[in-house]
Design a protein around this ligand. Structure first.
Ligand code: NDP
Length: 316
């Protein structure tokens, strides 16, 4: 049987929430151990330029910012590990977690910062331009600025899609919204807002067939009306996907209270506490509203401070 490793603070996930928690926990001498997860650096590693994180007047690329956060966490001796947690057992006083290499960890405190993943359509052309940084994005607030004065297309019909379409309409000359059914899912007020915006065109009963481009960047989208069967091409340089997010919380569901869409619920508003004493949450796995790097970092700080107070309360 492999040896059990005891740690004061285990951080699961390595986005801005996890690294900020690590910086604070390490400076408080909690000797944090971080498992980076399946996508070290988190969602920001799939974005290009980050221009809205305070402190970077000239902007920074997502991957570069995450390397800097990692370096800052390591500077204070965070034990950053490449690997992921596959299973947890939060039923007893000790929080048990298992890593993919078989290590069993008993943690006094756990900070969950596993984030969320944007859902994509899954089209080959969409994934190509997403990975090659050429015009596909799942975050209008992050990337809309790069398309100012240009035409964009956004797919989705929920509150996020409406909010993002409206955001884009202020930057772009034209925004075309692709709605797969003949109605919105979004709340009435959000749907009315996009319907009343002059430079937003809404195409109902419309599916995306292919994202078009020259291999370097997006130049349009081929769409199909799912009632008439008619296909047409919409010119655009940016293709935004706003069809929802999936919080990465599956491994916690037997122990941690989640809402109906899988987001972790705070046990006490204004804190990072979950329903399990000693287990805290930071970042997008509990945030379906803001989803920004800076808000994730803020809650990472809160989680580390709450964990430190919890350790003091149990006499560590
Ligand atoms: P939702 O799950 O509410 O909506 C997803 C939308 O994407 C739906 O319209 C869905 O279509 C569409 N969709 C899903 N898959 C596809 C696909 N493959 N092709 C085309 N369209 C697709 O997600 P949101 O992110 O919009 O919202 C999540 C939660 O956050 C909601 O509770 C929302 O109210 C809340 N929210 C609130 C905001 C606010 O109040 N300011 C802002 C943003 C979010 P269909 O309708 O046909 O299923």
């Amino acid at each position: 049987m492999s040896e059990i490793e005891k740690v004061k603070c285990l951080i699961i996930g390595s986005g801005p929430a996890g690294y900020t928690a690590a910086i604070y926990a390490a400076r408080a001498e909690m000797k944090p151990v971080m498992y980076q997860g399946m996508q070290p650096g988190g969602q920001l590693t799939t974005t290009n330029e980050v221009e809205n994180f305070p402190g970077y007047p000239d902007g920074v690329t997502g991957p570069e910012m995450m390397l800097q956060l990692e370096a800052q966490a390591k500077r204070f001796d965070t034990d950053v590990r490449f690997g992921f947690i596959t299973k947890v057992d939060f039923s007893g006083g000790v929080h048990k977690c298992w890593a993919d290499d078989g290590t069993e960890i008993h943690a006094d405190t756990v900070i969950i910062s596993t984030g969320a993943s944007a859902k994509y359509l899954g089209l080959e052309s969409e994934q190509f331009y997403l990975k090659n940084g050429g015009g596909v994005s799942a975050c209008a607030v992050c990337d809309g600025f790069f398309y100012r004065g240009q035409e964009t297309v956004i797919v989705g019909a929920g509150d996020s899609a409406c909010e993002e379409a409206h955001y884009l309409s202020k930057l772009c000359t034209k925004v075309t919204m692709l709605v797969r059914r003949d109605e919105f899912r979004a709340s009435k007020i959000m749907a009315e807002r996009v319907q009343n915006t002059d430079n937003i065109e809404i195409l109902f009963n419309t599916n995306t067939v292919e994202v078009l481009g020259d291999g370097q960047g997006v130049s349009g989208v081929l769409v199909k009306n799912n009632v008439s069967g008619e296909e047409s091409t919409i010119p655009c340089t940016g293709f935004f996907v706003a069809i929802g997010h999936k919080p990465n919380t599956d491994i916690f569901k037997d122990y941690i209270d989640l809402d109906e869409t899988g987001y972790i619920e705070y046990a006490e508003p204004g804190t990072s506490k979950t329903n399990v004493p000693g287990v805290f949450v930071a970042g997008d796995s509990a945030d379906k509203t803001y989803r920004q790097a800076i808000t994730a970092a803020g809650t990472g700080c809160m989680a580390a401070l709450d964990a430190e107070r919890y350790l003091s309360s149990i006499g560590h």
